[in-house]
Each structure stands twice: as C-alpha cells, then as structure tokens.
Ligand binder design. Structure first.
Ligand code: BG6
Length: 459
C-alpha cells in the first residue's frame, strides 16, 4: 500500500440537520430562515424544491446508519437543529427532539460510529432572525443557552462538538452577496454578524469548559487559501487582504483568541468596525478551540484590481482585489469551483507553521455533480470522477501528515445526496445516491471504494 494513514484515523462524512432530516415542520420543529425564505420566495431555490422534506433522515436514520457502516464510516458529523430542540429559540426544550437526538446518537455509538456534532449549520430559527439574528446580542445569549442545553443533554455521549459550521458563509450569503436570507448588502452589518458569531462561539466554549465534560470542542471553518496571480507586490497585497478577510477573520480568533491587527486596522480605516466592548476581548481569549474542522473545496485566486473602485458602490471585499482565472485551472463546471488538490496540503502546512499545529481534521471535501444518472451502470452510479477527486486530495493530505501535520481524519461531503442551500438537489455529492421520488438509497461506486480505503486505512 502506498498511502497508509495513522492508526485510528477518522473516516467518515458530514451532513447537516436542515439538509438531511426533512420533517422541517413536524414534531414541534419551528421554522428556520430557510423555511421562511422558501415560503416567501420559492423562486430563489433550484426547481423550487424547498427544505421541508430533505432526504428523510429523521425517519430513516437507523437504516442510513447501516449504510454508513457498510461504506466504512467510523465517524459521522451532522448538526442539531436549534429550531427543533428549542422551537422558540430560547424557551422550552422540545422533548420529541430530545428523544430523536438521543436515539440518533445511541444508534451511531452502538454501531461503532463516533458522532461529531455541530450546533449551528446555517439554520437560524426564524424567531431569532425576527429579533435581528446575529446582529442582536440577545441572540448570542440565546445561542449560548442552547449550546449549554445540548452539552447537558448529550455531552456524555457526544465527545466531539463544533459550535459553528463555516460561520463566514451566513455572513457572505446573508449580508454581502445575496445568497442567503435576509439578503442584506452592507459590509458593516456583515462585520457585526461575523464578530457576534465569534462571541457566541466563545460563550458556548465557556459553557462547555464549565461543565467539565469528557470531550473536545472546536469549530468548523472553510479555509480557502488565497493565491496571488504573481509575486508582484500588488498581487501579493491583494492576496493578503483576501486572506485576512476570508480566512483569518475566523481562524485567528478561533485558534489564537484574537483578531489579526492588520484586519482591525483595515476595517477601522474604512469605518467598518463593529461595536466592541473590553469584555469581548476576554471572552474571545477563552474561546480557543481544542480541535479545528477544516472544510476545503477550492482555492481563491486573486490579482490586484484592474480598475478603480466606484466610490458610490457598497463597500465590499472586492474593493481590494479582482478574482483571477488562472489559465489551465481544473474546474468542476457543475458548481463553478476550481479543483486544486494541493490546497489541502497548503492549509495543513499553514496550520502547522503558524497556528501551533493544533489537532485538526478535514471535516468536508467533496464534489457536486449535476445529472449523475447518466453514469448509471447496472443500477449503480459509476462516479469515477469522485473517486479520483478523493484519491488526489488524500495523496496531498498524506504528504501533509508525513511532514508532521496534526490531521486526524477525513470526512467527505457527503454521505447521502442531500438538499443544498438554494441549489436544492441540483448537484449530487453523496457516496450514496438518493432517488427523490422513492427515497431509495443506492451506494455509488465511490462509496464502495471508500469502504475499502477505510478498511485498509489507506490505499
Ligand atoms: C459547505 C457546507 O459549504 O459546502 C455544506 O458546509 C454545503 O452545507 C457544501 O452543502 C456544498 O456546497 P453547496 O452549496 O454546493 O451545497
């Protein structure tokens, strides 16, 4: 075997409550931003498929866990739905939800699959959004209380907790680029949402530490390495600012407990800093994580801007750089994302060299493909492209580990084809195919391949 991974390496996949559970308005679950947005603007969702009945995991999780076992999972990440557990956001706990999550975690553990649990994966309870969402500090407290409730209810069986999944995405989608509700375009409000999210994270970490549970707490960040077009100082400056805004804005507070001074200076210079209190800094220091989940899909290539900024346009990250389309880049055309396998190695090297080599794992990596049925052979999807995608990423991951990176596992996005934010079921990511009509699940070729890799702990 050419690529052997460390003993006890985590092989698994990731998903989230809103994208897989279905039963979005059943058994006491209250609406989230997604339920609300779909009700008011269904045209914003691919083929007008909404979040109500996503992948029926709520009803079929027992059978699905058997499939996970079949494809070699020893760990699996999903999220708890805040709006299911505490329908009002900060009121009573929904006992039906407690029973569901207890049954789910028990079933995973009994089948030898370690549950990794996220507390917030883009699914703001609508009641909390009506209060202003992350712009309102009351919502920070409500989240911290929700987190504490989860730790108390499930902390003896769940050992790996993640406060947020890709906290920058609701900032980008909801407050800069119009792909999440509430569709605001306003950098200062975006910065406030980002900052408050990290305060909410730190408060949750504090509760976790206070409870003295036997486990670890972390955060999942989508790290998107910023590559300059060239070594020209103008391109380097552009890449550095992109890195500050899109990576270090969350990575530094999560791992080092404070923001990079250069980022603070930049936002101050443009009058975009959120309101801060001296107590916030103390809180953030206490929010340092035990473990980091790294989601990696694509790199960000940038160059110095070609044209002057329109001073009347809204202040945006793109005031400092233009996206750069590198000739010869490899693309996943279905998602419009570049595939650059070495990025995974560059991230691990950066964490090793500049972030104390803290324990981390690849918490998401994957490839969404449209129209996968054209690859059906004898009733099974022969997704060689996905096998290739994972294999090439794992090679670079392996190289990182062999050079000392502290990477403990690899999770694929995703286990079973699931519903995606506004793209609905357009692109399929799963190891397991989902027939939308019948809800039948069929393992793809990549799932069988992954089972072998996991069994052999390498390839
Ligand atoms: C990550 C998210 O950004 O990428 C997932 O954590 C998401 O929730 C995945 O589904 C793939 O992106 P998309 O937009 O194609 O579904």
């Amino acid at each position: 075997m050419q690529y052997r991974f460390p003993d006890n390496f985590w092989w698994g996949s990731a998903s989230s409550a809103a994208q897989t559970e279905g039963a979005a308005l059943r058994d006491g679950k209250a609406p989230t931003n997604w339920d609300h947005w779909f009700k008011t603007q269904p045209n914003r969702f691919f083929n007008q498929v909404g979040p109500e009945d996503t992948s029926t995991f709520y009803d079929r999780f027992r059978d699905d866990i058997q499939l996970m076992k079949k494809i070699g999972h020893n760990s699996f990440r999903t999220s708890i739905s805040w709006a299911r557990l505490i329908p009002d956001g900060n009121g009573e706990v929904n006992q039906t939800a407690v029973d569901f999550y207890n049954a789910l975690f028990d079933e995973l553990v009994e089948n030898g699959i370690e549950p990794f649990i996220t507390l917030f994966h883009f699914d703001m309870p609508f009641s909390m959004q009506e209060k202003g969402g992350w712009e309102n500090r009351e919502v920070i407290d409500a989240f911290a209380q929700y987190a504490e409730t989860c730790f108390k209810l499930f902390g003896h069986k769940v050992k790996y907790w993640f406060t947020f999944n890709e906290p920058i995405v609701p900032v980008e989608g909801g407050y800069l680029y119009d792909f999440h509700y509430p569709n605001v375009v306003d950098f200062r409000r975006a910065a406030t949402v980002a900052y408050h999210t990290m305060l909410a994270h730190a408060k949750a970490v504090k509760h976790y530490r206070d409870l003295n549970l036997d486990g670890q707490i972390g955060i999942v960040l989508n790290l998107t390495p910023s590559y300059p077009r060239s070594q020209n100082p103008a391109d380097l400056k552009a890449a550095n600012i992109a890195d500050l805004l899109f990576n270090r804005s969350f990575l530094d507070p999560a791992v080092k407990g404070e923001y990079p001074q250069a980022l603070v200076d930049l936002l101050r210079q443009h009058d975009q800093l959120p309101d801060c209190t001296p107590e916030d800094a103390v809180l953030l220091q206490g929010g340092k994580v035990d473990i980091l989940g790294v989601n990696y899909y694509m790199p960000r290539r940038v160059k110095a801007r070609e044209n002057a900024v329109n001073p009347d346009s809204p202040f945006m990250p793109e005031w400092f750089f233009d996206p750069y389309e590198m000739p010869g880049r490899k693309m996943n055309p279905h998602r419009g994302w570049e595939i650059y396998e070495k990025g995974i190695y560059d991230i691990l090297t950066n964490l090793k060299d500049n972030y104390g080599n803290l324990p981390c794992y690849i918490s998401e990596n994957g490839m969404g493909v449209e129209g996968e049925n054209r690859f059906l052979e004898d009733g099974q999807i022969n997704d060689q492209y996905r096998i290739e995608f994972v294999r090439e990423h794992l090679r670079w991951l392996h190289k990182g580990i062999s050079e000392g990176a502290n990477c403990l596992g690899y999770h694929m996005w995703t286990f079973i084809d699931n519903w995606s934010w506004s793209n609905a079921y357009k692109n399929r990511y799963g190891f397991v195919q989902l027939d939308l009509e019948t809800q039948t699940r069929t393992i793809k070729k990549s799932g069988e391949w992954y089972a072998e890799v996991s069994k052999n702990n390498g390839f």
